[in-house]
Design a protein around this ligand. Sequence first.
Ligand SMILES: [Zn+2]
Length: 613
Amino acid sequence: MREWAKTIDDDGFYGYCEKGGENQYIYDKYVCGLVDIYEFMDCPEALEILGRITEYMERKCIDGADTTLDHEWYTVAENLYRAYLLSGEQRYFDFAKRFEYTDYWNAFAQEKDVFGILPPPEKREGFHAYSHVNTFSSAAMAYAATGEQSYLDTVVKAYDWLKETQLYATGGYGPEENLVVPDGLPDSLLEIKRNASDVDLRFHFETSCGSWAGFKMSKYLMRFTGQAHYGDWIERLIYNGVGALTEMNDYGMIMYGSNYSVFGGQKSRSTVWFCCQGSILQNLGDYSSLIYFKDAANLYVNLFLPSRVTWQRPEGTVVLEQQTGFPEANSVRLRIDSPKPATFGLRFRVPQWTEGNIAVTINGAPCKVVTIAGEWATIEREWHPGDEVRLSFDMTVRGEPLPGYLSPVAVMSGPVVLAKASVRPGSPGGVPAEGPLRYPADWLDIHGEVTINRSRQLHYDQELRPFYDMRSGEFYQLYHTRHGEQSFYPDAFDYTGEWTAEDHCRSSVSEGATCTIQFEGGAICLEGLRGEDGGQAEIQIDGERIGVMDQFGYTRARMPRYDQSTVPFRWSKDNLPAGVHTLTVTVQGSSCSDSSSCDIRITGAKVYTARKY
Ligand SMILES: [Zn+2]
């Protein structure tokens, strides 16, 4: 910091690229680093330097000609609010206000479709994924600085939205660095996406920066709400996000993106000294602030990692040591290493993947503890030096489809995503899963409930291994098509009333028009297209009304590498009894108030065998 500070001019100019239009982008990186040094290294000099470069930016952005907001400006507020809260200097609060992303944040607080804030599609635009997640940390710090509830509402609702619509099983998000339109997530794994520049989709997650943004957002949510379930995202990113990177090479090249396609991928290094090289260090620096939390009466264990924490309390010091090989072992030892007995609540996160099944012993004796998935479990008592709590997890391999869909499916053991690859001699498989992970065709026969396609994709010389264990250049497959998939096109449906046929699609605005498909299986996904003219239709299965579907959706997301102006629609029903079923769609001639018409568009269906077979 001191050496770099010598390069700052007397007027505070610090040598960013003036013509590149990235003034605020680079300022943001410096503010973050200086506030970190000020806070964590107790170094007042960092605040003095921050004051000098900020004075320059204030002159430029407020008084000067350069008042435009540029590259990733909407992530600047987080660290300025931190500077304000740490230093008490009003100037940082005032400057932070300038970088609030009000339209975007409010779309979440008010539960509106965020793609509606994009301009009409003549202009190429979308949401750059990492920075549009990182901006929620700015909203979180705006809440910390002002106490205004709408900021916290933004972050809470944005988290739910990310979990429901954007996150892969790894915790990663953002194919080609884009947030995806409604129902767009399955397509990102299935098709080779082409657009104006005619290139294939290269990766699904900007891994290092994206993990860092997820860590911070989850950490703020845990601090402000006290809820445990936000820790699940951190856990997934630790093992399958930044933890699944290969190491940097001598040239400074790293694995920038992770590929999750059902057609397979490889880990490879690309960029030299980019954003992600820096955020790897930020990720590592964050680990120590993600494992434990505290309040006046409780010590919280968020992550199951070998570690030691010292908690200074007015009543005396508490020391806890965690010994574990998790997730390659299925148990965790929490040992009290305090100098004196102490009464407090020891709370540990019950991950959602456990479904609440955790066996707990205290000093070797089984202990009844309420373990509800997604919540904290609490053991409150007087703890003595040497007391030991042991947690044991069920790591049985399971299939996890994309949230809300039937397929593709990821294979998981605990929080770890397993990928399929050729058998590596001597590899033990890595995780303590029940049943053999080598030769997954055999394993699938044992666990008939997991539904990955056995006929097309499994070979005798393959095994499932943690994604983090895949080496650079090794070929793997992370997502799998659900077993027994059959595809149907629009001509497989029977139609009544007025329908128009166009480009692999049938559409209708005519109230009472129907389309019907008969299928044999246990699950169906009806496929269509959303649009700004999308309407509503009723769905019946075997003559029984199941629900109403709505095909409205904004068609404005067009980024150069990932055009999402064609917005897919999916409606799924699982767990039907095995056998022949009839699905009927009846056009309602109605729509939501934002729609310009009431179009229903059908492009086909996918049918799968029943879950138990
Ligand atoms: Zn990056």
